[in-house]
Design a protein around this ligand. Structure first.
Ligand code: HEM
Length: 515
C-alpha cells in the first residue's frame, strides 16, 4: 500500500471510531431505560419538547408519552436523563421512595438567590433540606400548618373583614387605584395583601395597615413574576446558562431574577427588623425562634445549616406559594365560577344554611359545607397549579417498574395529566364539584384521586394551610359578593392559561357586587 492510501484508511477508521463513540454517548439510549424518542445530538429531547409545544413543555411530554404508549417517558435533556411520569400509581410509588427525594442543582434554583447559592427548601436536599423543612414545620405546626390555630384563624378573619371593606368601599389610597378601577378589581393583585398580611401575622405577628400595604402588594407581584417566568423543566437557562447574556433571553432571565430577588428583599427587610429587636428572653414569633436556633450554633460546625441567608431563602419558599401561588389558584377558581354561575348559587345557598349573614364563615363551618369543599378540590384538580410538580432527582441507581434508572436522573410527575386522566375521571374537562360527593351529598374524600400537592417526604409543606386559607377566602367572598365579568372582556377563556412554574391566567378584571 502506498503511504497516501494508509493515511486515508487510518483517518477513516478514526472517524468511524469518533462517530461510534458519539452514537454511544449521545444517541443510543441507555440499556433498559424507559421508552422515549432517540436522542437528537446536542440539544437532545429539550429541542424536541420545544418543537412539539414550546409554551407548555409538560403537554409536549404527555404527547410523547401517548405516542410511545408509556406511563414513564424516558428523555434526555442536554446530557441529563429525565423521566416524566404520567400515571397516578407510578407517581405515588416514586414520590414515596426515598431514592427519589433528591433535587437537582439546576441553574434556575441558583438564579433565585442573590449569591447564586442553592438555599431554601424547594431546591435543596440532604441535611440542609431536612433541617430546614423539619424546623419550619415543627414551629409552624401550631399556626395552621398541621393543627388548627385559634390565633391564626382570628387574624385571618380580621384580614378578611378588611378585604370585604376594601371591596365594598373601593380605592382610598393611590396605589390601590392601580388594581381597583371603575368598580372592577384586578386578579390576582387583589389577593396579595390579604394573603400576605395573613402570612406575616404568622411569621412576625405583624400586619401592614391598608395605608402602608403597597410593599406587601409589590412582594406578591414579584413572586408572581417568578412564577410566571420560571418553568417546571428548569427553563432554558438551566441547560444553557450562557444564554442569559444573549438578547432576548436576558429579558426572561431578568424577570426571573428580579421576581425572586424582589421578594427576597422584602423578606430580608422583615427579618432584619426582627433581628434588631431580638431578645432571647422574650421569643415573640417564628422568626425569633429561628434566630435563637442560629445563635445556638457556630458557623464553623460542619452540619451548620441555620444561617441568615438560609432563613431568608426558606421564608421566601413559604411566602411564594402562600401568597403568590394561592392568589393564582383563587383567580383560576374565580374564572371557573364566572363560567358556571350555578356553582356560585349552590355555594351561596350552603353558606346561607350553615353560616347565615351575621358573621364570617370559619373553619368550623367546613364540615357543614361539603359542596364548597368539593368545589375547592375540583379547582385544585382541574387547574393543577404546578403542572409537573417540582423536579426530583434520584440519589442513587435504582429500578422502577422494571426499568434501570441511573443516579442523578431528573424526575417530573405530570400532575396535570394525572389529575385529568379520562380513564380515572370520565369527564376530566368538566368542572363538576359533584364528582367528590357521595349519594347523600356528603363529601367523599375517597373519590378524590387527584394529586395537586404531591405526596411522600417532599409533599407540599403547606397543604393544610393552603386548603384552610382557600376555604376562608372563597367563602368570605361568596357570602358577601356576586361575581360579574367586565363586559368588554366577555367571559374568561380557560384554554388560554399559560404555563410558567405554575399554570396561570393573564391578569383579568372582575366586579364583586355586594349582595
Ligand atoms: C394551592 C396551593 C398549593 C399547591 C397546589 C401546592 C403544590 C405543591 C407541590 C405539587 C409541591 C411539590 C411536591 C413535590 O416535590 O413532589 C409543593 C412543594 C412545596 N410547597 Fe406547596 N402548594 C401550595 C401551597 C403551598 C403553601 C401555602 C405553602 C406554604 C406556606 C407551600 C409550601 C411548599 C413547600 C415549602 C414545598 C417544598 C417541599 C419540599 O421540597 O420539601 N405550598 N407544593
Amino acid at each position: 500500500m502506498i503511504p497516501n492510501q494508509i493515511s486515508v484508511l487510518l483517518w477513516s477508521a478514526l472517524l468511524v471510531l469518533i462517530l461510534y463513540r458519539f452514537y454511544l454517548n449521545n444517541i443510543k439510549r441507555p440499556p433498559n431505560y424507559p421508552p422515549g424518542p432517540p436522542r437528537i445530538p446536542f440539544f437532545e429531547d429539550y429541542a424536541l419538547l420545544l418543537l412539539i409545544n414550546g409554551r407548555h413543555l409538560h403537554r409536549a411530554a404527555s404527547k410523547l408519552a401517548r405516542y410511545y404508549r408509556t406511563k414513564i417517558l424516558g428523555l434526555s435533556l442536554v446530557g441529563v436523563p429525565l423521566l416524566v411520569v404520567h400515571d397516578l400509581s407510578v407517581a405515588r410509588e416514586i414520590l414515596t421512595r426515598h431514592e427519589f427525594d433528591g433535587r437537582p442543582s439546576l441553574f434556575l434554583a441558583l438564579m433565585r438567590e442573590k449569591h447564586f447559592k442553592r438555599r431554601g427548601i424547594f431546591f435543596t436536599d440532604g441535611l440542609e433540606w431536612k433541617d430546614q423543612r423539619w424546623f419550619f414545620l415543627r414551629h409552624l405546626r401550631d399556626y395552621g400548618f398541621g393543627r388548627r390555630s385559634e390565633q391564626y384563624e382570628q387574624e385571618v378573619e380580621q384580614e378578611l373583614s378588611v378585604l370585604v371593606d376594601v371591596l365594598k368601599t373601593g380605592p382610598q389610597y393611590d396605589y390601590e387605584r392601580d388594581f381597583m378601577r371603575d368598580g372592577f378589581v384586578k386578579c390576582p393583585d387583589i389577593f396579595f395583601i390579604v394573603l400576605g398580611n395573613a402570612f406575616l401575622q404568622i411569621l412576625v405577628g405583624e400586619r401592614f395597615h391598608r395605608s402602608k400595604a403597597e410593599t406587601v402588594l409589590t412582594a406578591g407581584r414579584k413572586g408572581l413574576l417568578f412564577l410566571r417566568n420560571g418553568d417546571d423543566y428548569g427553563t432554558v437557562f438551566s441547560f444553557f446558562p450562557w444564554l442569559r447574556f444573549v438578547f432576548p433571553y436576558t429579558i426572561k432571565y431578568n424577570k426571573i431574577r428580579d421576581g425572586m430577588l424582589g421578594l427576597s428583599r422584602f423578606i430580608e427587610t422583615t427579618v432584619r427588623r426582627q433581628q434588631n429587636t431580638f431578645d432571647p428572653s422574650n421569643i415573640r414569633n417564628f422568626i425569633d425562634q429561628y434566630i435563637r436556633e442560629m445563635q445556638r450554633h457556630t458557623p464553623q460546625e460542619d452540619t451548620f445549616t441555620f444561617q441568615f441567608d438560609q432563613l431568608v431563602a426558606s421564608l421566601a419558599d413559604f411566602y411564594l406559594p402562600a401568597v403568590s401561588g394561592a392568589a393564582v389558584q383563587l383567580s383560576m377558581l374565580l374564572q371557573r365560577l364566572l363560567l358556571q354561575p350555578e356553582v356560585v348559587g349552590r355555594i351561596q345557598q350552603e353558606i346561607e344554611d350553615a353560616v347565615g349573614t351575621s358573621r364570617l364563615p370559619t373553619l368550623d363551618d367546613r364540615i357543614n359545607m361539603p359542596y364548597t369543599e368539593a368545589t375547592l378540590r375540583e379547582s385544585l384538580r382541574i387547574d393543577t397549579l404546578i403542572p409537573s410538580g417540582i423536579v426530583h432527582r434520584t440519589i442513587h441507581n435504582t429500578i422502577i417498574q422494571g426499568y434501570a434508572i441511573p443516579e442523578n436522573t431528573l424526575v417530573l410527575t405530570s400532575l396535570e395529566e394525572i389529575n385529568n386522566q379520562p380513564e380515572v375521571w370520565g369527564d376530566p374537562k368538566s368542572f363538576r364539584p359533584e364528582r367528590f360527593l357521595a349519594d347523600d351529598g356528603k363529601l367523599a374524600p375517597s373519590k378524590d384521586r387527584s394529586l395537586p400537592f404531591g405526596t411522600g417526604k417532599r409533599l407540599c409543606a403547606g397543604e393544610t394551610f393552603a386548603r384552610n386559607t382557600l376555604f376562608l377566602v372563597l367563602t368570605t367572598i361568596m357570602q358577601n359578593f356576586s361575581l360579574q365579568p367586565r363586559t368588554s372582556d366577555g367571559l374568561p377563556d380557560v384554554s388560554k392559561r399559560r404555563t410558567g412554574f405554575v399554570t396561570n391566567p393573564d391578569d383579568f378584571w372582575i366586579k364583586f357586587v355586594p349582595r
